[in-house]
Design a protein around this ligand. Sequence first.
Ligand code: SF4
Ligand code: SF4
Length: 392
Amino acid sequence: MAKVFNWQLNRETEYVYEAGRPDKQFAGIFDLNKCIACQTCTMACKTTWTSGRGQETMFWNNVETKPRGGYPQTWDVKLMEKLGQQSWEGQEYTGETVFEKGRRDMPVEGYLPEDLDYAHPNIGEDEINKSLETKGLYLNAMPTPFWMFYMPRICNHCTYPACLAACPRKAIYKRKEDGIVLIDQERCRGYRYCIEACPWKKVFFNSVTRISEKCIACYPLIESGKIPRCFEECIGKIRIGGFISKPDAPRVDNPIDYLIFERKLALPLYPQAGTEPNIYYIPPINIPTDFLRMMFGPGADAAVNTYRGTMERARETELEMLDDDDLKLIGLIALSNSTNNTVHSFKLIRPTLEIVGYDESGGELIRVPIKEPQYIREFFDQRNQVYRYNIT
Ligand code: SF4
Ligand code: SF4
C-alpha cells in the first residue's frame, strides 16, 4: 500500500496506488435543504443511460429518504458495520478506512449486496425516523423529534476510488483531464470486486452483458463545458456542478471551492470511508446534528450554523445590509443549476445584488438576482376574461 494524503481526514492514509491527483477534478455540491425527492434527476439519468435490458434495477442516480431508505437496501448501515469503531480527534480521523481494513486477498473492506437489496429502490421513501405511535408527542414536542430528509446520490468520482483499487483486471481508470472514473467495458470480466469494494455501492452489474457499469458523469457533456443531465434537470435547483481545486490551492472565486474550502458549508458523505468522494452535501439544518456528524464528519455542526445564520440574517435584515460572505452564499445557492454550463468562477455585484457566473475564459454565462423577484398578477385576467383565485 502507498501513503497518500486525504484532506477530508486531515491525515495520510493507505491506498493501493501512488497518489496522482488529476489536473482537474469533476465535483458537485447538493443542497439537502432543497431536495424534494421528485426523482427528476433519477429519470433524467435512467432515460439517458440505463434504459436497456439488464439495466432494469440500475440507478446511477438515486434519491433515498434518510434515515430509513437506501439503495441498495441498508448500504450505509453495512458500511458503518464494516468500518467498525469510527473516531475523530478534532478534524483528524483516527479510525480505519476501507483501505486500512483491507485484507491480503481483497485490498478494500466491503460486501457484495444480494439481488434482493436492489429489488425495491424506493423502499423507506418518506418514512420518518421513528413510529408516530408515541402518544401525542408529535403534537406537543417542538422542535419535533420526527424527521427525515432526501438524499440524492451518484458516483462520487472519488480521488482514491475503491472500485479502481479492487479491480484485478485494471479495467477501471480515473481520467487525468477531469478525474471522472470509468470502466473499460472491453477489459471488464464481471468479477464484481468493484461492487464489493465501492462503499457507496455505485457500481452495478448488468445481468445481460454480465459486466459492471457505473455513472460516467455524462462525460460527453463535461467535455463540452456542460453539467451532467441529473444536475441540469434538477427541479429543486439543489445542484452545483464544476471542478474542485487541489486542496492546497483553492480559489475563492470558484463556487465549488468557495463553499467547500472557504465557507466549509458543503461536506463529503461518510468521509471516514477514505476514498475522498467528490460529491459534497450542504447538510439539512433541521436534523439532529449527531446524525449529521456520523454522515458528514465533524464539520456538520459548523456547516448547519453557517447556513442557518445566513438565512436568519437574510430574513431579519435588508439584503443590502448583509456582508459579502452572506450575499455570496445566498447567491451561489440561487445560482445552482440555473445554467446548464459549467460555472468556473463567480462574482458578487453590488449595488444591484447579483451573482454572475463565468466560463473558463472569463465569459459571462449567467446572472441571477440574489433577491428573488416577485410578480403579482392582476386579479382579473383581461386576455382570458377570467378571475384568478389565490389557491395557496
Ligand atoms: S463512488 Fe464508488 S464507483 Fe464511484 S469512484 Fe468512488 S468507489 Fe468508484
Ligand atoms: S431532481 Fe433535484 S430536487 Fe428532484 S429529487 Fe433530484 S436532486 Fe432532488
